[in-house]
Design a protein around this ligand. Sequence first.
Ligand code: ADP
Length: 485
Amino acid sequence: MLQKTSYFMKQANLIAGEWVEADSGQTIDVVNPATGLKIGTVPNSGKAETVRAIEAAAEAFESWKKTSASERAKLMRKLHDLIMENQDALAELLTLEQGKSLTEAKGEVGMSAAYILWYAEEARRIYGDVVPSPWRDRRIMVTKEPVGVIAAITPWNFPSSMLARKIGPALASGCTAVVKPATQTPYSGLAWGVLCEEAGIPKGVVNILTGSASEIGGEMTRNPLVRKITFTGSTEVGKILIKQAASTVKKVSMELGGNAPFIVFDDADLDRAVEGAIAAKFRNSGQTCVCTNRFFVQSKIYGKFVEKFAAAAEKLKVGNGLEEGTQQGPLIDEKAVQKVEEFIADAEKKGGKVMTGGKRHALGGTYFQPTVIADAKPRMRFTREEIFGPVAPVYKFKNEQEAIDLANNTEYGLACYFYTQDLGRAFRVMEGLKYGLIGVNEGVITTVEAPFGGLKESGLGKEGGHQGIEDYLDTKYVCIGGLGI
Ligand code: ADP
């Protein structure tokens, strides 16, 4: 059924199948970053609402867990179809609250649908084992069951697809969910409630609430009914949640920050590398955890790469995401712009050369020019800190080992990219890089079929692939004895 954008824009919590306001009646304003204008409000909920949502999910779990895999898969295929039928409206809602271009927003919504379809298929492949027994008269069975109520917290940069990666495996495995989308971009999160209702997913299976992150997150981690917490966001908040979840020994999956390196070797196809660099840096205005934070370019081609890269960055069309042809939207808020300005000022003070951009965009507000900085040095702040904006520092290196060492010199380990045409080097570098996601001659690699997840302080667990459902399942060993054999 084709619906308008406003149909999906719910300004209420979904608890036990009812759309309700916060107990206090208080709300939080939601602003369009492209215009700075308020587009609506959402409930400012806290602990009490979270307790009710968790209890609703626990009650719904009792019947949802008994559904068959094919019953769940059927509902999920319906959910997938609804998302695709309403891709345009959902994309517009996403652009309105988040700022990314409509093309990127449509891509994200398509990705959300793809995750749901993938997990609809995976639902039917949650296999256990029958293991050869060491005893004649006993049999060994290993079964998989849904963990129960899961709690999910998601960020503002991919407000739709980050929830798809969590709601998908939850529904497929037979878990029920309480989710909290980011306060800046709550509507794409709340839209999941409308879609689940339309698809016929029973009341209480998916509960969604907005409000105080620390109160909602505090209750999600404290409450013993919640058996798993899944979070996408900063490493800083991830660490708080891991600590809090320890009190009730919950399973935790964490998709945290990154400091992605992008290495270009002398033998690379330069034009391909520049094209990949633009996508790996400026997608979503540089606001993704897999966006390149540090470009390392070998000395022989350094000058040429910088020149071509800066020229390509300069051509990117900055504007309101709703306008045709926009390639880079605004940043999420003023704080993000100030952070980017600080990084650039720090780099310039330490000898960095701004090749293009470097300033707020003439459009005003939170628009920023795509920026390339040459002569980047390890002592500059962005060597260690996540930029999360359209700034590309380019460092020079001499040999392969140096590139690997520089790339690995960070506590993060999410995504990395490198360009070479030498097969031996491709394997040596791939095996040398301590990262969970590696693009070889590719700058954008995320897909539902593959496991997404970081190493080191970038996270725990995987999302997507057949691996993405494992954390939603408990493994049980059953020994059946006395068979009289
Ligand atoms: P970002 O920098 O991408 O906003 P955050 O980690 O600050 O990353 O936020 C990601 C999500 O985590 C958001 O939904 C935010 O509201 C939530 N969040 C922030 N602080 C806490 C906290 N102390 N406990 C639980 N959730 C939190």
